[in-house]
Ligand binder design. Structure first.
Ligand code: HEC
Ligand code: HEC
Length: 447
């Protein structure tokens, strides 16, 4: 299409769209919006024309609605809870050595990742630290989905002896003794547990499979005391989740481009380079990435094995969703538990549908692709340093694990050429949204 013709098609499309002339649009092969034209007017051959089917697929990814409500957390959208949660997110005192906070690994200046292949807290972890931007959109949490709510997730790292090594009794003691934390907590939930008697509330007590001493102290506590501590820990976790729910990015270049497809504004259509537009067409078309990276978050929220080998080389030892499915059903703080504010709600009912079969061995959660340009390295062990390396993998399936006879066999080498690989990378880079406000990226000041 010549440059003039492209501009004409665009103008006519916008006009037809504005008039609601669906018939004209259809006749011309447009669904409801004009074709995109290339932003680079110097080379009109670059013009990318999307057919109606492609446009319909593109619209499934944008605009993005507000994140889903979380009825399991009654303070999920309470600003006071978010502020307390933000304090706790940057709080180092509740880690065993007093040096680690959530922000140590989830660095706000790096899209809440640590930029390392494997997370490192008190010791090195087995998995890669995911980013927390837009985390409120996720359905399951952790690479294996062993948490079903954002708040119950937070109880993991804080007590895990490889991460922060804290205890829930220690956290309750911190809240009770720190004037600011205590006041914030009391305003939301009433007075925190009175843990003044350290013999009755041993600071090192927590339930643990790996720490026998801590576990013995915990089991020696009175059942009603344990219950009170558990409730306080759940409350603190719900505040952290309230903070994390605010980490929502603004529209990405891709979102602006889709708006342009709707209203014909050439400036918005210019948000994607011709290369990124071709990458988009591949993503929803021939490369079929949308099969798993679907919807506005570019994730189906489910688990798949795409055959990425462990960082240390085969054989794989991490069973991923196979273990995660069992863990989430049995988790003491899951959405159906007595600590949930909606134990009979939709999230809790989803648990009943969680199966764990042998085919799930080695499956990991499909990550969202929003902000993916900022969160290298990638995959559940940070196996790939760059987006280029990921596309090379999908294109060749070089180094992929042999698929067990129970597992899915959807991944075929895509055999993309150099231009197609570069186009897909350009498209992925257009998914970085506007960063969150500066005041969310540090501990709140003052008391
Ligand atoms: C030592 C590094 C480290 C610390 C400290 C840490 N995390 Fe993480 N975080 C990780 C790693 C690694 C994972 C993935 C673990 C897995 O999937 O098994 C993760 C996963 C998550 C997830 C799941 C995201 C998703 O989409 O699945 C959330 C949310 C999260 N962390 C929040 C927190 C909070 C809140 C804290 C503080 C209470 C915290 N993290 C402390 C390393 C850390
Ligand atoms: C069968 C489902 C499926 C298909 C199809 C698929 N992906 Fe993925 N993708 C996943 C899963 C699952 C992971 C995480 C795997 C892991 O950590 O081992 C992933 C990881 C990624 C990551 C890393 C994200 C991060 O934050 O670590 C990128 C980027 C990505 N995929 C892009 C693509 C592109 C581009 C395509 C099309 C060429 C594609 N994917 C096709 C399921 C899929």
């Amino acid at each position: 299409m010549s440059q003039l013709a492209a501009i004409f098609a665009l103008a006519l499309g916008a006009w037809a769209h504005a008039r609601g002339l669906g018939a004209l649009s259809n006749e011309l092969g447009w669904s409801q919006a004009p074709h995109a034209i290339a932003a680079d007017q110097s080379n009109a051959d670059d013009a990318v024309l999307f057919d109606a089917k492609t446009l319909a697929r593109i619209r499934q990814h944008s605009p993005r609605p507000a994140p889903p409500a979380d009825p399991t957390n009654r303070v999920a959208d309470d600003p006071r809870a978010a502020l307390l949660g933000q304090r706790l997110f940057f709080e180092k005192r509740w880690s065993r050595n007093g040096e680690i906070s959530c922000a140590t690994c989830h660095d706000p200046e790096r899209a809440f990742v640590d930029a390392k292949p494997l997370g490192e807290g008190l010791t090195k972890l087995e998995r890669h630290t995911p980013g927390l931007l837009d985390v409120a959109y996720n359905r399951w949490f952790f690479w294996d989905g062993r948490a079903d709510t954002l708040w119950s997730q937070a109880l993991g790292p804080f007590e895990n002896d490889a991460e922060m090594g804290g205890t829930r009794v220690g956290a309750a003691a911190l809240i009770a003794s720190d004037e600011n934390l205590r006041a914030d907590y009391t305003a939301l939930f009433g007075a925190p547990p009175d843990v003044g008697d350290a013999a009755r509330f041993p600071r090192d007590a927590k339930p643990s499979d790996s720490n026998a001493a801590a576990n013995a102290l915990w089991l020696a506590m009175r059942a009603d005391d344990r219950e009170e501590i558990d409730r306080a820990a759940a409350n603190l976790a719900k505040c952290i989740a309230a903070y994390e729910r605010k980490l929502i990015t603004g529209p990405s270049p891709f979102d602006r481009f889709v708006e342009g497809l709707e209203d014909g504004d050439p400036e918005k259509l210019g948000a994607l380079s011709p290369s990124a537009q071709r990458g988009l067409a591949l993503f929803v078309g021939k490369a079929n990435c949308r099969l798993c990276h679907s919807g506005p978050s570019f994730s189906d929220g489910e688990f798949h094995s795409i055959g990425v080998a462990p960082l240390a080389g085969p054989p794989p030892r991490d069973s991923g969703r196979h273990a995660g499915a069992k863990l989430v059903r049995e988790a003491p703080f899951n959405a159906a538990s007595r600590f949930s504010d909606a134990p009979d709600g939709d999230v809790a009912q989803r648990l009943a549908t969680v199966r764990s079969g042998p085919e799930m061995w080695g499956e990991f959660k499909t990550p969202s692709l929003r902000n993916v340009g900022r969160t290298a390295p990638y995959m559940h062990q940070g196996q790939f340093a760059t987006l280029e390396a990921i596309l090379h993998f999908y294109s060749t399936m070089e180094g992929a694990l042999a698929v067990g006879h129970h597992q899915e066999t959807v991944m075929q080498p895509l055999k993309l050429d150099e231009t197609e690989l570069a186009d897909l990378v350009a498209f992925l880079r257009s998914l970085d949204g506007a960063d969150v406000a500066e005041e969310l990226k540090r501990a709140p000041s003052g008391g």
